[in-house]
Each structure stands twice: as structure tokens, then as C-alpha cells.
Design a protein around this ligand. Structure first.
Ligand code: SAM
Length: 310
């Protein structure tokens, strides 16, 4: 069973403001929870759905089989969204959705190595045809790079101590599994700190996953390309799960929704000075109590929506 509890489902569908004849892009198909809501609302419109994970694509295409004439599945990293769409003759779209991160099945499939709760080989690749895995990062990256990613991608206070432990352990023998890594992390964090702020390996695992999948760089590039592809009045909706992703989204939306410096004394803002985007959400939308009760993952979710106006 491929079960992923879709986060902020109706809020993002409302954010996309779907037109039955519009062209939509779901950059993160996953279990197709959002995609299903999009295709249900289309008549002559079409959905282009991206995922880099074969397992997700297989299950999602089964779920969306009743709507197969309205959806095209694309196995690709969303960083290539512009090229993939242009290759299919699509030059403008009416809405783009990003629901970032990993899906619950990815986390729960022990052998994918995403979770510190299951013992598995170190992997964490969303796209298993790629070479770089958690094993390479943990066993081959220099101390300085490890400490840097644990600090910047994991916001881990004990980044250097953890990197040092890893360096010492792998000098003896390679670190093969998630549980071996968890033990090293626990050893590196002083006992009082280990008891605070959730599982001690949470931040380090997040950092390695971001590095393996180059998540922040691809999102930064893709969000700009997605905005470029939007038609006038087209909408972009982004659901993020940690502050680093949200910061990128907020920054790009902010830059593109501010008008350039205006000549002094203008009574109204001329069309050519209008910014590219209008913010639909000034503050991000978060999950309501009902959703939070049923889905722990929703706790950190933030949805931002913007509309192309120029
Ligand atoms: C949180 S899940 C999406 C869940 C989906 N919205 C639903 O309701 O079922 C994120 C999905 O996006 C995929 N993904 C993450 N980053 C990606 C990227 N850069 N390119 C393509 N797919 C990506 C993951 O493989 C995962 O299946």
C-alpha cells in the first residue's frame, strides 16, 4: 500500500484557483493526493505531474488511471521542469504546485534508508538511478563538508562533534547502516542535549537527505523557472516543511513581488513598474486543528501562494 496523507490539500487546491481548461503542473506527485484533486476539476485542461521516484510514479499512475486522458506523468527531477514542458510544446501554464520533501512511504520503506527509526543501508536517494547516496556522503565527504551541512542543512548545534565522530569511526571501517550512524550521533551529542528537541539523529538525517538530493539548490532553480512559465493570473503554490525551504520561497516571492524603484512624484504606479508577482498569502497558511490531529507531518507545513500579474 502506498499511503501518503496529503497535507493542506484543500488549501492548496483553493490557492491554485483551478480553471477546467487550464494547464497545471504538480512538481511533486508523490501519492497523487493533490494531483487527484486537480484532475477532478479539469475538463479540457491537462496536468503534468513530476516525480523522480519510480515507486511513487507507479502508484500514482494507478490511482489516476480513471483520469489518464488528462494527465501526463514525467519521471524527472523538477529542476528540469522548463525543458520537460517545452519539449512537450507547453510554453505557459496556469498553475504550479510544489509539496516538498519526502513522502510517508519513502520514509516508511525501511530499505530506502531515509529513517533513523529503521535499520537499513545508508541510501536516502529519492531517485535511485543517481550515484550520490548517504553512504558516499557519510564515508567520503571531508570533515569540513560534513560539519557544514549538519550545521546549515540540519541547524545542528553539535555539527562539528558529529562530523568528528564520523571521521574517527570510518577510519576504522566504513559506516554502512542507519543504526550505526544513529549510534555515532548519539555518542557525539552530550547527554543533556540528547534528551531535548526530538530524536537526536533527526537534524543530521535531514541534513544528509538534503545534501544527497541537493534539495535546496534544485528548489531554488525550479521555483524561478516555474514563475517564468506562469501565464498572467497563473498561480504558484508551495508547501514547505522546514525553515530553509520556506526561506527560499519567501525570498523569491518577495523579490518578485516588489516593484523597482519608482521615479519620484508618480500619482499611480505605471504598468511597466508593476512587479511580476502578487502575493496571495502575506503570511503562510498552516494546518488547522483537525488536520494536525490526524497528521503529525502537517505540524511543520507552510503554504505560500502567489499570482503572476506581469
Ligand atoms: C511530500 S511528497 C508529495 C505528496 C503528494 N503531494 C500527495 O499528496 O500525495 C513529495 C514527492 O516529491 C518527490 N520529489 C521531491 N523532490 C523532488 C524533485 N526535486 N524532483 C522530482 N520529484 C521530487 C518525492 O519523490 C515525493 O514523492
Amino acid at each position: 500500500m502506498f499511503e501518503h496523507e496529503t497535507v493542506l490539500k484543500m488549501e492548496s487546491i483553493e490557492g491554485l484557483n483551478i480553471k477546467p481548461d487550464g494547464i497545471y503542473v504538480d512538481c511533486t506527485l508523490g501519492g497523487a493526493g493533490h494531483s487527484e484533486e486537480i484532475v477532478k476539476r479539469l475538463t479540457t485542461g491537462h496536468l503534468y505531474a513530476f516525480d523522480q521516484d519510480d515507486v511513487a510514479l507507479k502508484h500514482a499512475s494507478e490511482r489516476l488511471a480513471p483520469y489518464e486522458d488528462r494527465v501526463t506523468f514525467i519521471k524527472s527531477n523538477f529542476v528540469h521542469l522548463k525543458d520537460e514542458l517545452l519539449a512537450r510544446g507547453i510554453t505557459q501554464v496556469d498553475g504550479v504546485l510544489f509539496d516538498l520533501g519526502v513522502s510517508s512511504p519513502q520514509l516508511d520503506e525501511a530499505e530506502r534508508g531515509f529513517s533513523y527509526n529503521y535499520d537499513a543501508p545508508l541510501d536516502m536517494r529519492m531517485d535511485r538511478s543517481r550515484e550520490l547516496s548517504a553512504y558516499h556522503v557519510v564515508n567520503e565527504w571531508p570533515f569540513g563538508d560534513l560539519a557544514r551541512i549538519f550545521f546549515t542543512y540540519g541547524e545542528e548545534k553539535f555539527s562539528k562533534q558529529i562530523a568528528r565522530k564520523i571521521e574517527q569511526a570510518r577510519a576504522v571501517k566504513p559506516i554502512e547502516t542507519t543504526f550505526e550512524l544513529v549510534e555515532l550521533i548519539k555518542d557525539a551529542i552530550p547527554a543533556p542535549a540528547r534528551r531535548k528537541g526530538g530524536h537526536p539523529a533527526k537534524r543530521t538525517f535531514q541534513a544528509i537527505r538534503i545534501a544527497v538530493n541537493d534539495e535546496l539548490n534544485v528548489f531554488d532553480r525550479a521555483v524561478q523557472d516555474a514563475i517564468d512559465m506562469l501565464a498572467i493570473n497563473g498561480r504558484i503554490c508551495v508547501i514547505t516543511f522546514h525553515s530553509l525551504e520556506d526561506r527560499i520561497c519567501k525570498q523569491v516571492f518577495k523579490e518578485k513581488s516588489q516593484h523597482p524603484p519608482l521615479p519620484p512624484g508618480l500619482p499611480v504606479i505605471p504598468k511597466e513598474f508593476e512587479p511580476e508577482l502578487k502575493l496571495i498569502t502575506r503570511k503562510p497558511i498552516t494546518a488547522g486543528d483537525d488536520e494536525l490531529e490526524g497528521n503529525r507531518r502537517a505540524r511543520s507545513a507552510k503554504l505560500r501562494v502567489a499570482e503572476k500579474q506581469k
